[in-house]
Design a protein around this ligand. Sequence first.
Ligand SMILES: Cc1cc2ncn([C@H]3O[C@H](COP(=O)(O)O)[C@@H](O)[C@H]3O)c2cc1C
Ligand SMILES: O=C(O)c1cccnc1
Length: 363
Amino acid sequence: MNYEEMLRRELTLITPADEGAMARAAVYQGTLAKPPGSLGELENIYIRLCGITGTLCPGYTPCRIIVLCADNGVVKEGVSVTPRSVTAAQAVNMTRHCTGMSAMAHHFGDQVQVVDVGIADEYHCPEIVNRKIRPGTRNLGREPAMTRQETAQAVWTGMELARRAKAEGVAVLGVGEMGIGNTTTSAAVLAALTGLPVEAVTGRGGGMTDAGFLRKKQVITRALALHRPDKNDALDVLSKVGGLDLAAMCGVFLGAGRYGLPAVIDGFISVVAALCAYRLCPAVGDYLFASHLSREVGYTAAIEELGLAPWLHLGMRLGEGSGCPIAFRVLEAACAAARGMATFEGAAIDDSYLNEIRGKDCF
Ligand SMILES: Cc1cc2ncn([C@H]3O[C@H](COP(=O)(O)O)[C@@H](O)[C@H]3O)c2cc1C
Ligand SMILES: O=C(O)c1cccnc1
């Protein structure tokens, strides 16, 4: 199968959000009994959800976090203090609701789908969905992480997971990951896509000594010089300095656009995957929602490239999809307010007093 050809065909089918539905939603927001714009970002969220779903009554449940798990060959370069085995261990733990993300998701009743797209170590856990493309990537410090075909297959796999979510009645997606070494791949991909200096986009990930941090930046710098990824070709960038987790996450975001589902971005790795999706198909930007501001250096540059701003400033830097269960509640709040509030008319409030200030800088 030529995954890239299949992928390219799907990308042509992704359309921007419905402008008409968004215009109607904005008018409706204006009729609600509140000072115009006083629900701030919640109003914009509701309007965008209407544009994605083409209705003034968008669904917000069930929510599903798709967690793409894979190992990264670059850990051989000593870019993470954490041993590779933690990828498999945490993936299993996610199915038992005892990681940061999965404990919150379980508490709130959100679905968690843990998917193996490239875990290197053995494990036994039937709850993990097996979509392994290969057991970990090659060491990008020495050779391209993946072939182009493997990369396209991983992206395709992510799109398929989004398609399945839609078919199973999921209303909102979250995109998480588990993959030791993936803050290195994410920083490399972000530097390649934006041309920003490695220094500006590389953080300490899951924790790193000063010496290890220096080595991490050197490995990324060397890999970019060695492979010369084409910044205008996100598949090239992902295949040379990315990972199976990143590529499959990118595919889930693309699938959200393709199948009309809102998709919540988590932290640093998730936002870099979203940026790859956006570069492959800018229309997908309409389907993306930021959740929290990751403390990992580089997050801000990536979210700004997407033209989004994170809602929550909680000092988090965990990954896994941990921002998603919290962000789902924000989406729900936006819908609840729009659905439940009375209009000026229904609340018996004459809104003609607003004529004096409407459209002016009075708020
Ligand atoms: C126990 C543990 C749980 C985690 N859950 C997410 N990550 C996070 O850390 C990893 C990336 O960091 P680096 O690039 O430094 O390896 C990813 O798996 C990410 O999800 C974790 C990391 C650890 C150690
Ligand atoms: O923001 C993230 O996603 C993140 C940051 C550090 C380590 N792992 C993940």
